[in-house]
Design a protein around this ligand. Sequence first.
Ligand code: COA
Length: 190
Amino acid sequence: MEPKPFPTLETERLTLRRMTQADADGLFVLYARPEVVKFINLEPMRRVEQAKMLITMFEALFESGRGLRWGVFTLEEGHLIGTCGFKEWDPRRFRAEISYDLAPDSWGSGYMREALVAILDYGFHQMKLRRVEGLVDPEDTRSHNLLTGLGFRMEGVLREHDFIKGQFQDDMVFALLHQDWEEDNQKLED
Ligand SMILES: CC(C)(COP(=O)(O)OP(=O)(O)OC[C@H]1O[C@@H](n2cnc3c(N)ncnc32)[C@H](O)[C@@H]1OP(=O)(O)O)[C@@H](O)C(=O)NCCC(=O)NCCS
């Protein structure tokens, strides 16, 4: 069977598409910002080669069927302002983990919410996900607001679940079920 092509998604203000090595400069600018890597196990990037390696890792994620990572581009100018996607995809259990980042200059405009609505719709309908999880640092209040605003529920805390930049960190578990998503969308339509 032919593998599915990488999906391009369009929203009111954004294009979400596969990143290629031609996007390395844009990705480097994004990941050179300390605010963007604050809650993940990466130091701010110093060389564009690191962005090229990350794109190769995103390609491998897709090719291996373990997830998808979209580049988030402005629809009009085509600027890379962030990334988002699914990882730890387990099709047999119909679940995956969501993850995302946005350039700080673009915070506070609803861009990531808009991007996540599109990929959640793709995840629940095309990938047939039943449950999407988000593991979030307790201090990452922007993520808490983003996920709860989309209907995710906080289910508990995994103590010392992560080891980031030499420190053990708790993870808050947020989850959204397909049925929650459909019920919320139904309420919006009524
Ligand atoms: C997490 C992250 C993506 C959130 O970014 P964000 O800009 O706060 O999120 P959104 O794009 O959904 O925007 C929401 C904000 O836009 C405002 N907004 C403006 N116009 C809006 C619109 N049309 N629709 C929705 N919200 C809008 C909201 O009021 C909210 O602002 P507030 O936080 O001041 O109340 C960002 O902080 C980030 O990249 N952090 C670093 C990476 C990270 O922590 N990733 C998590 C690890 S998995």
